[in-house]
Design a protein around this ligand. Structure first.
Ligand SMILES: *Cc1c(COP(=O)(O)O)cnc(C)c1O
Length: 423
């Protein structure tokens, strides 16, 4: 099959609809992208192919944490690209070792496994937890406890561990030994462990649920899970794919919660858009991932690791993390003001620069409409479910850019309020 790629000379169109139409003809239909077609980006800004400029509070779904075309990251990538692209796992990979050392220095972890995506990091974490329990305890200690509305990725194992059945059903029999409880419900977890603790190998959670609605875990909840895991020899896995790498104002959110997981997964902002992910753990846990038990052709690719090394250097500084806290406060107070004036949100929640604006009862299911209006006002945003508008601006965003984003949000909110006014 061939596809007509050229745009006819006499077509005065911007190309936007051409590319968007082409998407619908050549791509499998699992995505439904917005109409705007990005052409290039710089810092917190993105331009479409018609030359319109957008302030980017979506960041490629909490990925582009240092904005677009960051010069230091471009330099890290291109200088590695001129040296060595790929080595495979039968050879030692210098950029991967550098990145691993930095992550170990910066966290509780002693050991690192690299992969390419959040799903794969979680896949590795879950397989490792199952292997640890099997090696140390018993074959039937394989139960995984996860939570409703959780999102852990799209491989068949991780999507089954995720807590949204609409994503995991319809693909034949799911992997066994996975249960879901309500999030932030400590008593339910305690009761569950009373019954199933001996057979449980791991608990996995996002310390602030991202896709599921930007819902932070309570300190009491994570403390309870930590205690249950200790008591029943289960591993506590923190999926910090979205909350990690400075997004919360700490390098990892577990630090703010003052709880140390046994395994932590990190991806999204780790490469700021270059695919790379990692599962981090302690020596004692890592030892069960013996030679040959797991692997990845591209995981820890030298270019990915060169970029991520630079990302860690830039993000893991007091200046950057305090900018996250300050811009977060500025954004929350501006959003609360907008919310009051247009009666939009019941609460602004989340952590650092991962914020969810929860729509009031009368606006239920309208998060996507509000997002579209924001886009039309030149502000890219996200949703997290049908009722939550999600914001994930770059961590290095400036005070004036946040102010500009709030002005654009104000314009969108005003049009949203008008559109829902009873006539
Ligand atoms: C995005 C995300 C994933 C999946 O990451 P991919 O890179 O898409 O595989 C897993 N967990 C969380 C918390 C995420 O936000």
């Amino acid at each position: 099959m061939s596809v007509e790629l050229s745009i006819a000379e006499d077509q005065s169109c911007t190309g936007t609809s051409h590319w968007r139409d082409l998407h619908d003809r050549v791509m499998m239909p699992n995505y439904a992208p917005l109409n705007m077609v990005p052409a290039h980006g710089q810092g917190s800004w993105l331009w479409d192919d018609a030359g319109n400029r957008y302030l980017d509070f979506a960041g490629g779904i909490a990925v582009s944490a240092l904005g677009h075309a960051n010069p230091e990251l471009v330099e890290a990538l291109t200088s590695q690209a001129r040296k060595l692209w790929h080595v495979s796992n039968i050879l030692t990979n210098q950029p991967a070792l550098e990145l691993a050392s930095k992550l170990i220095d910066a966290t509780f972890a002693d050991r690192v496994f690299f992969a390419n995506s959040g799903s794969e990091a979680n896949e590795a974490a879950l397989k490792l937890a199952r292997r640890v329990a099997q090696d140390r305890y018993a074959e039937d200690k394989h139960e995984i406890l996860a939570f409703e509305n959780a999102f852990h990725g799209r491989t068949f194992f991780t999507v089954s561990v995720g807590g949204q059945s609409k994503y995991s059903q319809g693909f034949g029999p799911n992997p066994a030994g996975i249960s879901h409880l309500p999030y932030n419900h400590s008593q339910a977890a305690v009761d569950w462990f009373d019954k199933h603790g001996d057979r449980t190998c791991a608990v996995i959670l996002e310390p602030c649920q991202g896709e599921g609605g930007v819902t932070p875990a309570t300190k009491e909840f994570v403390d309870t899970l930590r205690a249950c895991c200790d008591r029943y020899n289960a591993l506590l896995i923190f999926d910090e794919v979205q909350t990690g790498m400075g997004r919360s104002g700490a390098l990892y959110l577990h630090e703010k919660l003052d709880v140390i997981p046994d395994i932590l997964t990190t991806a999204k902002a780790l490469g700021c858009g270059f695919p790379v992910s990692a599962a981090l753990t302690t020596d004692k846990v890592a030892e069960h991932l013996a030679v040959g038990t797991h692997g990845s052709t591209f995981g820890g690719n030298p270019m990915a690791c060169a970029v991520a090394s630079k990302v860690v250097d830039i993000i893991n500084t007091p200046e950057m993390l305090s900018n996250v806290d300050q811009r977060s406060k500025q954004l929350v107070s501006g959003l609360e003001d907008i919310s009051q004036r247009y009666r939009l949100f019941t609460e602004i929640r989340g952590t650092g620069l991962l914020l969810g604006c929860v729509l009031m009862e009368q606006h239920m299911e309208k998060a996507r409409d509000l997002m579209t209006l924001c886009n039309e006002s030149g502000l890219l945003t996200l949703v997290a479910g049908p009722n939550v508008l999600r914001l994930a601006p770059p961590l290095n965003i400036s005070e004036s850019e946040v102010a500009e984003g709030l002005a654009r949000m104000d314009e969108a909110a005003s049009r949203f309020a008008k559109s829902v006014e009873p006539s």
